[in-house]
Structure formats: structure tokens, C-alpha cells
Design a protein around this ligand. Structure first.
Ligand code: ADP
Ligand code: MG
Length: 331
């Protein structure tokens, strides 16, 4: 059982940033309004995610930490996954690769805490907590030095963590996010702090993009809104004059989940083809919404690729919508 967990864990947890992604997605699934992430030493010694979501009742903690114990899917419709998580593997995987402590309090219940390390689950103990959940992962890969060796520098891993949190924050403007590097103890250094955006979805998204991608991006970015054949596209695309020397300001989301996908970034490039030189990259935050049955977002548990049923239709929608707004803006 412990060996199986470790193998499965390797699929889900490649590096500190993948652990952060799973934990923040769980907090979002739990309906959190505020999510705070802290890490030390590039996430290698500590990752802590605190949320104010629905919490886990004490007696349910051992269940939540067991494999495939998810409550988020009933098996009848594996494809129609509307929540972020669905595999029921993240917490047990994290418990298999590090020292995991979950402290939580469900509404109307008492706070409780459970620690797992080296495949050994401790007893559920009472804990003081007003609400929500705190998941603490210490010493990632401590039992598998070979894996630890493959991690990059603390700086690079911290960067990857920040990228993950920024992307999730872009996808969820109504949720407040905090990210702190607490290496060496103490309050640490704030890397990101965004307040929950109120107001209608469009205004909230614009405000969140301004907070994450910068006022320069948000100020002149062209709003995108298009729909065709059950595919919807929304978001903001920068004017060609705001283009960058790298593709780091291209953010694409499918059904609310951040993805990295060649088809989508290729479509973005094609849309700007006539307005940008080859060495310049357009900046954009695009949100594709479609029937979950028309996209497989689970090609690999730790990866963020997607596979569309009709890739050509997705590409055509992005290219035509972006070309249209660029043309309307005189480009
Ligand atoms: P999944 O998210 O795929 O269901 P996980 O292993 O990530 O599987 O989590 C297992 C279960 O633990 C979840 O289904 C949920 O019930 C519970 N859980 C995990 N994290 C949280 C959280 N932050 N708040 C509330 N419940 C949580
Ligand atoms: Mg999950």
C-alpha cells in the first residue's frame, strides 16, 4: 500500500509547485474566499496552504487522506468534472512523499488535526482552529533522495510556485490570495497579495489581471467575448504594441483551469501573425469554456495539457475573435 502510494504520488507530485497546485485547487473546491500559501526553501522544506472553506470534519480526516477517497465524483460521469480536483489522489500522494499535517474544522464541528508521514497515519487529535483548513507539507521527497536531487534551485522552485498561484488567482478573481516566502522563519516576504474582487465577472477579471499582470497590461487590453458552436471565449488580449520578447504573458484557461497547450498558444500567435514580428509574443489572458465532454483535461494528472474533440473549431474561434478585436482597434 505504501509502495503503491509512492508510485501514484510520483505521478501527481513532481515538484513543490505541483503540490501547491493540488492544495490550492482543493481549497477552491472547498469554496474558500481567501487562500494563503506559505513556503520555505523553494517549497522543499515547507508548503502551507490555509483556507476558509467548508473544512473537513474530524472523523472524515482519515478518509480524506486515503487513496481514491474523493467525495467529488460518483463514478457515473468521469468526464463531466466541473470542480478542479476529482481524482482523490492528491492528499494521499502528498502524504506519501512528505510529512503531511491536515488541520481542519467543518462548520458546526470541532477543530481536528491528522498527521501522516512515511505511510503511518497518526490518530485524529483535537486542534484549535476557527474555520477552514490548514494543510502543511514538510520535507517533500525526504524519503526519496533521488527525487529530491531532481528538483531545481530554491529560487527556480519558488518561481514555479508563484506561477501556479498567479494563474489560479487569475482564474478565480472572486477569491483573495496571499503568497509568502517564509524561508528562515518569521513572517517572511510577501510575494503576492490580491484581495477578493467584488462586482460583475468582467470587471472583477479586469481588476484581477491588473493586479497580477500589471496595470500596463489591463489598461489598454482589448476585451474578448465570442461564442460559436457551444464554445465560448472571454478574456483580454493586449495591443500588439504591448507585445513581449517571451511568451510568459500568455495565459490560457479551459473551463476555469489554467492550461499550457500548444494548440491554444499557437492560435494566439496566428491571430497576431500580421501585426507582430516573429520574435515578439502577444500578451493575453484567454478563457475558453466548453462542454466538459468536448475536452479531456486529464491527459496526465500533473500536467496542464488538454485534448479537444474538435481542435480546429477552438483554434478558429480564437483566431477569428482576436483578429476581429485587433482590426476594430485599428491593427
Ligand atoms: P480530490 O480533490 O480529488 O477529491 P484530494 O486527495 O485532493 O482528492 O482530497 C481528498 C478529499 O479531502 C476531498 O475530496 C475533500 O473532501 C477533502 N479536502 C481536501 N482538501 C480540502 C480542503 N482544503 N477543504 C475541505 N476539504 C478538503
Ligand atoms: Mg484535490
Amino acid at each position: 500500500e505504501a509502495a503503491i502510494n509512492r508510485i501514484a504520488a510520483g505521478e501527481v507530485v513532481e515538484r513543490p509547485a505541483s503540490a501547491v497546485k493540488e492544495l490550492v485547487e482543493n481549497a477552491l473546491d472547498a469554496g474558500a474566499g481567501q487562500i494563503d500559501v506559505a513556503f520555505a526553501d523553494g517549497g522543499k522544506t515547507l508548503i502551507r496552504v490555509t483556507d476558509d472553506g467548508c473544512g473537513i470534519a474530524g472523523p472524515d480526516l482519515p478518509v480524506a487522506l486515503s487513496r481514491h477517497a474523493t467525495s467529488k465524483i460518483d463514478g457515473s460521469d468521469l468526464l463531466a468534472i466541473s470542480t478542479f480536483g476529482f481524482r482523490g489522489e492528491a492528499l494521499p500522494s502528498l502524504a506519501a512523499v512528505g510529512r503531511l499535517t491536515v488541520t481542519s474544522r467543518a462548520r458546526g464541528g470541532d477543530g481536528a488535526c491528522l498527521h501522516v508521514a512515511g505511510g503511518q497515519m497518526a490518530e485524529v487529535r483535537p486542534a484549535a482552529l476557527t474555520r477552514g483548513t490548514v494543510v502543511e507539507l514538510r520535507d517533500l521527497f525526504y524519503a526519496t533522495p533521488a527525487r529530491l536531487k531532481f528538483l531545481r534551485t530554491d529560487r527556480a522552485e519558488a518561481q514555479a510556485i508563484a506561477d501556479v498561484v498567479r494563474r489560479l488567482a487569475m482564474a478565480c478573481p472572486a477569491v483573495g490570495f496571499g503568497l509568502r516566502d517564509v524561508t528562515g522563519g518569521g513572517d517572511g516576504r510577501t510575494i503576492l497579495r490580491v484581495e477578493a474582487e467584488a462586482g460583475d465577472a468582467h470587471a472583477a477579471l479586469k481588476a484581477r489581471l491588473a493586479a497580477i499582470l500589471g496595470r500596463d497590461f489591463a489598461q489598454d487590453a482589448l476585451p474578448i467575448e465570442a461564442e460559436r458552436d457551444g464554445l465560448a471565449l472571454a478574456g483580454f488580449a493586449a495591443l500588439p504594441t504591448y507585445s513581449r520578447g517571451s511568451a510568459t504573458q500568455q495565459h490560457v484557461f479551459v473551463n476555469g483551469r489554467p492550461v499550457r497547450d500548444r494548440l491554444l498558444t499557437g492560435a494566439l500567435r496566428a491571430a497576431y501573425h500580421d501585426t507582430l514580428p516573429r520574435d515578439r509574443h502577444p500578451a493575453a489572458a484567454l478563457f475558453v469554456e466548453c462542454d466538459p465532454h468536448r475536452v479531456d483535461q486529464n491527459v496526465h494528472p500533473a500536467k496542464t495539457e488538454v485534448r479537444f474533440r474538435e481542435p480546429a473549431a477552438v483554434r478558429a474561434l480564437i483566431v477569428s475573435a482576436l483578429r476581429q478585436v485587433l482590426a476594430d482597434a485599428g491593427h
